[in-house]
Design a protein around this ligand. Structure first.
Ligand code: SAM
Length: 411
């Protein structure tokens, strides 16, 4: 059989509900074994993909229980320990070491390729030491290793989602990452869309608008000839929120804080340390409407302990009142005419023009799951599975690129 016709075999770790796996399946791969310890994700996987997923903790599964002779090991090893959103990023966090499970299985089974996916924050963690440690460990067992940051929006996913891909092969060939197919229309000035054949990014509106007025329901519904499952959403969107009572000027506050910080001779790094890396205090000393910010009241009082500034702005910064929410002003609002912000595993965003959060189905569409992919479990666990996933379409692009290298090298 020509290897072009051979179905390359996949073993998948930290599989979740199977976003990455589905991308590989769409590209013609066969997943023969998968694993996760999150029961609802395993249920979803079984319902939509297959029974080859094992529920269990990978640290307790010996390599002998995993099939031999597969071509690629996939694993989006958990990112909590690495995430920049995490307050206590630490080398000691045992979740950081779950990549060792991938390393063990690659070492024991020697697949031609492995592919790991993780949050971008992995790169900067401990000044790059963590990513270096991971790469060195795979190199030591004979793999050619490379990494790349990719943004899902550049592959036709209606979502800005930056992730690091770490790829390795033991064929001694160059790893290749998929080439973007889309780009931001804002880049049109620099690059001509028609010349380089890149299509414009897909917006949330294009992808999900047809569901905006559809009734939220646990029952499947038909809309525009499509069967809509899981169009359910959190509706705990308050009409009011606590906002500042007085007008504050970010530039003024920034100058003021800088003045007191200089007076005390304290660096931003020291301020960060004082806050226990909980904050990137740099924002408070940055006079820039896009990335600068004013401390919230709790931070203000804590900062005052450190910088010992006077009372000039105390009232302005810390007095709050209950205000009406203006949806278009909400911080967590979804971009409607652009790709969505990253769909996370915790709270879905508020719908741009509805008093509800994005529905499970809308999040699934933004993650490029097909309409007939049905999620199992509680509402919160559905959102979690979707937020954890690699967008299916991005997975498919990665898979096609790897398949090409496999075919060219007679794997
Ligand atoms: C970021 S998600 C991966 C999602 C997946 N790549 C996708 O595309 O849908 C990480 C997964 O690792 C699982 N996990 C974490 N620790 C585990 C362990 N010790 N054993 C098995 N699964 C684990 C979590 O339950 C979670 O589903």
């Amino acid at each position: 059989m020509l290897n072009k016709e051979r179905k390359f075999k996949v073993v998948s770790l930290f599989t979740g509900c199977g976003g990455l796996d589905l991308g590989f399946i769409k590209a013609g791969f066969e997943v023969i074994w998968a694993n996760d310890f999150f029961p609802d994700a395993v249920k979803t996987y079984k319902k939509n993909i297959g029974d080859h997923i094992i529920l269990g903790d990978i640290t307790k599964i010996p390599s002998s229980e995993i099939p031999d002779n597969f071509d690629i090991l996939l694993g989006g090893f958990p990112c909590q320990g690495f995430s920049i959103a995490n307050k206590n990023r630490s080398m000691e966090d045992e979740r950081n070491f779950l990549y060792k499970e991938m390393l063990r299985i690659v070492k024991d089974k020697k697949p031609a390729f492995f592919l790991a996916e993780n949050v971008k924050g992995l790169l900067s963690m401990h000044d790059g030491q963590v990513v270096k440690m991971i790469i060195d460990d795979f190199k030591k067992i004979g793999y050619e290793v490379s990494y790349k940051i990719v943004n899902a929006a550049d592959y036709g996913v209606p979502q800005k989602r930056e992730r690091i891909l770490i790829m390795g092969n033991r064929l001694g060939v160059k790893n290749e990452f998929p080439k973007p197919t889309h780009k931001s229309p804002l880049e049109n000035n620099q690059r001509n869309l028609t010349n380089d054949k890149l299509k414009p990014h897909i917006s949330v509106k294009e992808a999900t608008e047809y569901l905006a007025d559809l009734w939220i329901s646990y029952n499947p519904q038909i809309k525009d000839g499509r069967k809509i499952h899981n169009h359910i959403a959190r509706t705990n969107v308050q009409d009011k929120f606590w906002g500042r009572k007085h007008k504050v000027n970010q530039h003024e506050i920034c100058d003021y804080l800088k003045h007191w910080r200089n007076k005390k001779g304290i660096s931003t790094k020291k301020v960060d340390e004082y806050f226990g890396y909980k904050h990137t205090a740099g924002h408070w000393f940055r006079k820039d409407n896009n990335s600068g910010s004013i401390p919230n009241p709790d931070d203000w009082w804590k900062l005052k302990e450190l910088l010992e500034f006077d009372d000039k702005y105390d009232k302005q910064v810390t007095e709050l009142e209950l205000k009406e929410i203006k949806f278009e002003q909400s911080l967590r609002i979804n971009n409607w005419d652009r790709p969505s912000d990253t769909i996370t595993a915790t709270g879905p965003e508020i719908h741009p023009n509805k008093k509800r959060r994005m529905s499970v189905r809308e999040c699934a569409i933004i993650q490029t799951f097909p309409d007939d992919f049905v999620f199992e479990g509680s509402l919160g666990n559905m959102y979690k599975q979707i937020g954890n996933a690699v967008p299916v379409l991005l997975g498919e692009h990665i898979a096609k690129t790897i398949k090409k290298i496999m075919v060219e090298n007679n794997v």
